[in-house]
Design a protein. Sequence first.
Length: 94
Amino acid sequence: MQKNARRYLRGEQGGIALMDHTGWFYEPEAIGMETAWNKIHYNPIFGEAKEWDFAGYTPQVVVVAIGQNDNHPDDYMKEDYHSEKSINLRFVPE
């Protein structure tokens, strides 16, 4: 029997950036996936963050739209596509 990850996650978090201190999520601190990647219930408004129990369930697929929410407060991709921040966001290891 397949387990349903959405049932375990109880939805998803939209609007979180890849990097901390960028994006729209939980401003002005702007928590990113650097901090939240292994957490569930990680919004400080709702209490202490809890780590995901990978022993209890490990998803086979995780979908992340990288870079979609990182352009705040500065749209550095638009301002300078070749800047260090822009290159760092586009970098894909081989």
